[in-house]
Design a protein around this ligand. Structure first.
Ligand code: HEC
Length: 137
């Protein structure tokens, strides 16, 4: 039993590593990218833009984020749809809502923390990339 869990973990990790390595390749051919992966890229780029504005001291009071719920998207691999995805996806959606109510650097960081905690548990491959969204104090 224990062995199975370990093997499952390795397969999942490999799938997520592959995602990261495939990044440049899939930009050339976006058709083999899952709905969920496309959503992730969109979120990454939109958040990166807001991060830049925060760093430049621009006004972000009018920024609003609107994403599909992560757990309703089709993933590359069904193993992503395991227990824990829905609560983490919901927590993430709540952090987006809090940001929309009050767009601030603090609420931005709370979104990024939610990206990190789901990825730490489900999909560690892109963590290094998500690190770029952290605002250094
Ligand atoms: C509820 C869990 C969860 C949250 C929250 C989450 N992710 Fe993901 N992310 C995933 C899963 C699962 C995948 C793999 C999706 C697939 O391959 O279909 C993924 C894939 C990715 C990828 C790789 C996409 C590709 O090109 O293949 C990036 C980059 C990414 N996420 C960034 C982010 C960022 C940035 C955030 C926060 C704005 C975030 N993620 C929030 C679960 C999550």
């Amino acid at each position: 039993m224990k062995k199975l869990v370990v093997i499952g973990g390795i397969i999942l990790f490999a799938a997520c590593q592959q995602q990261e390595n495939k990044l440049t390749q899939t930009i050339i051919d976006p058709n083999d990218t899952s709905e969920m992966a496309l959503l992730m890229r969109d979120m990454f780029f939109q958040l990166e833009e807001i991060k830049q504005k925060i760093l430049l001291g621009e006004d972000i009071a009018q920024e609003q984020l609107n994403f599909e719920l992560i757990h309703t998207q089709t993933p590359t691999d069904e193993s992503f749809l395991k227990e824990g995805l829905v609560p983490m996806s919901t927590a993430y959606a709540n952090s987006i809502e809090a940001f929309n109510k009050q767009p601030s650097s603090k609420n931005f960081s709370s979104i990024v923390n939610n990206c990190m905690s789901c990825h730490t548990q489900l999909c560690p491959g892109p963590l290094e990339r998500i690190d770029n969204l952290i605002i250094e104090k």
